[in-house]
Design a protein around this ligand. Structure first.
Ligand code: H79
Length: 456
């Protein structure tokens, strides 16, 4: 880390730390993904039939994430299908959802067009097991959402579970109604499902909803390079600018990587990546999950992720009535308030040139064998040409000292840009005389302007 810091001080340009691949990138890819690198913060939405049972089956709570209830309770297809006539989200308001995303400072929206349960949340001609044909709602909420997002300049994308489909004999995952997954693959049922439902539905969502910014594939069970390539070709044939997220399958050239669900790396990670994350412990609505994160935690995670080079795709799980839970709305408004003043350190920003502020590895590993980090929470840094941004989470009092020894031409808080702050430098460190009190109760953002990049 010391070496990195020394390097940062010497380098003519901090843009050397820009996110995204710096080698082997085609100009086409750079152009396609430019908006995503700028956006940094998106809204994930998990909405489907699972919002009806909302975590409870036959009067008993079912453990685990809400959208997995069919699997966890081993609900037969015929029984689960009975949820469709009960699904009538009359309070659904696409404008309100898109407005919430905008108020939070989110630049893109990704919604479940079909989750593992196999139920399409759009009007599909491929299968009548969809919200338009199988529920009393008789509307296509995806059409309404794509329009509401377009109106606000929010990019619109779809989650699509390509491999798991518990409703179909050939889809992966349902071994309580159908054959074992291995047999489905061996017997050709899987390819029949892929070609008969998944691939045609992916064509539909890329055809009927305007420009789709990305397709978020998930859990690529039994996906081979060849199968993944088929999906990739469909996406790029129909919408060449549509990004393909990381979980499409092996051997394919997805546009960016997905971290594990809710996982934030301990250090700066090169390349394009995203952390998909929940606001409580479930993706799809569960009435008993009140384990909400705190707004300050979300703001920290946003800064933490961006300072490590990633994007934050933050989930809401609307109810079967079509309402985003009030605690989710409240939290996102809090984040939005912070973003209004401080979004400059997030959008289009590159990772920290330091690293020692992030934390250090422990000798413990998590259940997926990843090293657990002792995460430091004093401050986070992001950069833009000519600027270093510091989100200060632990207000240190009079002075803030950072390990930066390059020249500083100006220092100020984002919340009070006109008030220049006094800077002193000694022993390879920069000390800023902070204003009398923090400019934000969660994270006050300090800017250091540097001539090395200001000329760029
Ligand atoms: O869509 C969300 C999840 O439903 C999906 N990815 C995010 C974005 C996802 N699919 N699979 N997984 C995540 C891993 C699943 C793990 C578990 Fe389970 C599901 C743990 C508890 C329920 C599998 C089934 C392991 C135990 C039971």
């Amino acid at each position: 880390m010391k070496a990195l810091f020394a390097l940062a001080a010497l380098l003519p340009s901090l843009t050397a730390f820009a996110a995204g691949p710096t080698t082997n990138e085609t100009p086409e890819h750079a152009a396609r993904i430019a908006w995503w690198r700028e956006a940094k913060f998106g809204m994930f939405i998990h909405w489907g039939l699972y919002a009806v049972p909302a975590g409870e089956w036959k009067g008993k709570p079912v453990a685990g994430i809400g959208e997995w209830i069919m699997n966890r309770a081993k609900i037969p297809v015929k029984e689960y299908e009975q949820l469709a006539p009960q699904f009538n989200p009359e309070k659904f308001d696409a404008e309100a959802w898109a407005q919430l995303a905008q108020d939070a400072g989110m630049k893109y929206m990704v919604i479940t067009s079909k989750h593992h349960d196999g139920f399409a949340m759009f009007h599909s001609l491929v299968s009548p097991y969809n919200i338009y044909d199988a529920t009393p709602f008789k509307r296509d909420p995806m059409k309404e959402l794509s329009a509401a997002c377009a109106k606000r300049g929010i990019k619109f994308g779809f989650y699509y579970s390509q491999a798991q489909d518990w409703h179909e004999p050939g889809g992966m995952g349902n071994e309580w109604d159908f054959k074992k997954d291995d047999e489905k693959d061996k017997d050709g049922d899987y390819d029949k499902y892929l070609q008969g439902k998944a691939e045609p539905q992916v064509k539909e969502i890329l055809t009927n909803y305007g420009p789709i910014c990305l397709i978020w594939f998930d859990t690529p069970r039994h996906m081979t390079a060849e199968r993944a390539a088929r999906f990739e070709k469909i996406v790029h044939d129909l919408q060449p600018n549509c990004l393909v997220s990381g979980r499409i399958g092996p051997g394919s050239s997805s546009d960016y990587d997905s971290e594990g669900d809710n996982h934030i790396p301990g250090t700066v990670r090169a390349g394009d990546w995203e952390t998909p994350a929940t606001l409580n412990d479930t993706w799809g609505f569960k009435k008993d999950d009140h384990n909400w994160k705190k707004p300050e935690d979300l703001i920290f995670k946003l800064c933490d992720i961006v300072s490590k080079g990633g994007n934050y795709l933050l989930n809401v799980g609307p109810t079967a009535e079509g309402v985003i839970p009030q605690p989710s709305q409240d939290m996102l408004h809090e984040v939005g308030k912070w973003m209004k003043t401080n979004g400059e350190m997030i959008y289009g920003a590159s990772p920290t040139p330091f690293g020692e502020e992030l934390g250090k590895p422990t000798d413990r590993k998590d259940n997926r064998n990843r090293v657990i980090f002792d995460v430091y929470k004093e401050w986070r840094c992001t950069t833009k040409p000519g600027k270093l941004y510091f989100a200060i989470f632990k207000w240190p009092g009079e002075n803030f000292t950072v390990p930066f020894k390059g020249q500083v031409t100006k220092a100020y808080m984002l919340a009070d840009k006109d008030k220049e702050l006094k800077v002193t430098q000694a022993d390879g460190k920069t000390t800023v005389a902070l204003p009398g009190q923090q400019t934000d109760p969660v994270a006050s953002v300090l800017v250091l302007e540097t001539p090395e990049t200001a000329s760029k």
